[in-house]
Every structure is written in C-alpha cells, then in structure tokens.
Design a protein around this ligand. Structure first.
Ligand code: RTP
Ligand code: MG
Length: 141
C-alpha cells in the first residue's frame, strides 16, 4: 500500500447544494485526510488551464463554462491509495451510471454537473495539486 495525495474539487453544483460537509465526511470515513483546502471562484482562464488536457474534446467549452460558473471547494486528500480510493468514492463520470452510495450517484444528476473532480493518476495528481497549492500550504500529519 502506498501513501498518496490526490486533488479533489467539489464542483459548483455541489457547493450550491450545500453538501460540502457531507462530501468531506465521506473522505474522512474512507480514511482520506484533508491536508489542504481552499474555496475559490475560478476565472475562465483558471478553469481552462486546469482542464487543458481536455482542450480538444467536444465538451471542453461547456466544462470550462460550468467550472467557472460559481465557487468550488478545492482540497488535497492524503491516504493509502488516495487516487483510486477517491475515484471509487466519486463513482462513474455520468451520475446515471454511478454505483449506489457513491458521491455522484447521491449528489449529482447530469454528466456536466457531476458534483466532484478527482485526479485520475498519481502523475496528474502531482500536477493538479501544484496548480492550486504551494508546498507550504500542504499540512500533512
Ligand atoms: P473529472 O476530471 O471532473 O474528475 O471527471 P472524470 O475524470 O470522471 O471525467 P473526464 O473524462 O476527465 O471529463 C471531465 C469532465 O468533463 C465532463 N464530461 N462531459 N458530455 C460528455 O460526454 C462529457 N464527458 C466528460 C464531465 O463533467 C467530466 O467530469
Ligand atoms: Mg478527469
């Protein structure tokens, strides 16, 4: 087992639904520690930079529009196999296909507004964490 860090974002739809605490509770119950957090209303440019990997995808504009439509809650999660563990907690990208009991099944309805983001690999996690946090903002314990 490996101690990992991953980047999580509670997207504008879930922040608007007032379920930050319920989602944090799922991270904590799964043994993931929140070692950094900030709330932020992303500019278009910040959202574009974050999702640059999807630049050529047909849904890119809608994704950037949505991610900059309201405040998001951004956190670094640390724990055993944190990248995969967080993806399990999130459920499938399309909430309609997400397993019962996952965050997306419980708090989201559409593929565009699907409640949470989670890094999809350890390599991307490092890039995404550095996009939002300096090393001095991380508080492992
Ligand atoms: P995320 O990056 O937000 O954690 O989501 P993910 O890995 O599950 O999905 P990804 O393929 O990385 O796509 C990023 C976000 O783009 C939106 N999307 N829309 N209309 C579509 O076919 C489509 N596909 C993806 C979703 O909001 C997804 O979370
Ligand atoms: Mg992704």
């Amino acid at each position: 087992m490996a101690l990992e860090r991953t980047l999580s974002i509670i997207k504008p739809d879930a922040v608007a639904r007032n379920v930050i605490g319920e989602i944090y509770s799922r991270f904590e119950k799964a043994g993931l520690k929140i070692i950094a957090a900030k709330m932020k209303h992303l500019s278009r440019k910040e959202a574009e930079g974050f999702y640059a990997i999807h630049r050529e995808r047909p849904f890119f504009n809608a994704l950037v529009e949505f991610m900059s439509s309201g405040p998001v809650m951004i956190q670094v999660l640390e724990g055993e196999n944190a990248v995969a563990r967080n993806r399990e907690l999130m459920g499938a990208t399309n909430p309609k296909e997400a397993a019962p009991g996952t965050i997306r099944a419980d708090f989201a309805e559409t593929i565009d507004a699907n409640a949470v983001h989670g890094s999809d690999s350890l390599e991307n996690a490092a890039i995404e964490i550095a996009y939002f946090f300096s090393t001095t903002e991380l508080c492992p314990r």
